[in-house]
Design a protein around this ligand. Sequence first.
Ligand SMILES: [Zn+2]
Length: 206
Amino acid sequence: MKSNSNLYLYYGPMFSGKSKKLIEVYNSLKLQKIIFKPKIDTRSKNFVISREGGKIEAIPVDKIEEIYSYLENIDIRDIFFDEMFMLEGNLNAVIDDLLLKNYRVHIASLDKNYLGNEFIEIKKLIKKTPEFNRHKLFARCHICNMPSSWTVRLTDGYLDNDKSPEIIIDDDSRKVIYETRCDEHRFTEKILEHKEIYKDSEHIYK
Ligand SMILES: [Zn+2]
């Protein structure tokens, strides 16, 4: 019988320590375990890396269905996923199937994109995760340092909007950064006095 009590979820904006949390849990478990990450996230190659510290080797996959080939012939109880929202395939169907097979599933993911739109598959996952296992994490607003739950993207200092390209390919001609913002500063454009924050932002995705 499927038990959602084996589903654990860490979600929130960028810089909220989701991967750090996942790495901590992964390292704390003694039984054999396995961790997957989206291949599309090429920044960290075969690793799950937390900006707040921590690094573990992970298996990169494009589609979630690819994980089954790694589960054959191994006696495993815990399956981990980092950056779940970037994975292709039928996320919820596979997670349901894993729970049915009595695996424990641990997931870290963004819940909303840089426009504030929810990722539908992640929304479904949040809904089905029992309250005790559901950890909504907050970051700190890059402008005022209050708890923040929004991720925004800025190109050359301006907030991207729904007319901005969804994916920006490496492009030296513009400076693209992600920030996290509180409710109050969600739509605040970058002002020049905050140049210092730019310098601090080593999380620049060019
Ligand atoms: Zn703020």
